[in-house]
Design a protein around this ligand. Structure first.
Ligand code: 3PG
Length: 216
């Protein structure tokens, strides 16, 4: 955190090698899941705004799991930014880049990891002062080869590739000098969530924390 006690996007990315992308439908489940991930060493949690219960789940984690740092994912509008900030989200992740979402995050004092998949989107984000970006959908849009190509013209940008990232390919991405962390849903399998198998989720988080990365 900086002097004002607020997180930067870089700090969100640096906390662990993986930011879990989470879909939640139940507040009690949200709290148990957040505790399971924190026990495994993962504190930065991206709860996607994809279910009617997502905001209530963010609120529950922010209130009841102080060791976690809960953020909102799938943020697509200024209204989403305002709603997730009100619910207690500490950072925002978006699947694409718009000036309106970036401005709303600045207004709400919320660090933003916006999604980009082209050079033009990277340049738009840079024009708004953002240099820590999510590459989405990473594996579908070019994967490691794309990140290597971007390291020339966009050598000052640091990425969090997300989309199609798994325990099997995360290491290759994290070895790249312009990748600070990756995002993915593999730490929170739907069947483990449904079964309340928190030990499995803690074990997946522990494995994720062990992943080596090159960038800082
Ligand atoms: C998403 O938006 O669902 C994330 O990118 C996660 O993708 P994944 O399920 O491929 O990890």
């Amino acid at each position: 955190m900086n002097d004002s006690g607020h997180l930067t996007a870089l700090q969100v990315m640096q906390d662990a090698p993986v930011i879990p992308v989470i879909v939640l439908r139940d507040k009690k489940q949200a709290i148990s899941l957040a505790r399971a991930l924190v026990s495994g060493g993962i504190r930065m949690l991206e709860v996607t705004l994809r279910t009617p219960e997502a905001l209530a789940c963010i609120e529950a984690i922010a209130r009841d799991v102080p060791e976690a740092v809960v953020g909102a994912g799938t943020v697509r509008s200024a209204a989403d930014v305002q709603a997730c900030a009100m619910a207690g989200a500490r950072f925002a992740v978006s699947p694409g880049y718009t000036h309106a979402v970036a401005q709303a995050c600045r207004d709400a004092d919320l660090p933003l990891l916006p999604g980009v998949a082209t050079g033009s989107e990277i340049m738009a984000a840079q024009e708004d002062g953002l240099t820590e970006l999510k590459f989405f959908p990473a594996m579908q849009a070019g994967g490691p080869a794309m990140l290597k190509a971007w390291s020339g013209p966009f050598g000052d940008v640091r990425f969090c590739p997300t989309g199609g990232v798994t325990a099997g390919n995360a290491a290759e991405l994290l070895a790249l000098p312009n990748v600070v962390c990756v995002g993915g849903s593999w730490l929170t399998p739907a069947d483990a969530l449904a079964a309340g198998d928190w030990a499995r989720i803690t074990a997946l988080a522990r494995e994720a924390v062990q992943l080596r990365r090159t960038a800082s």
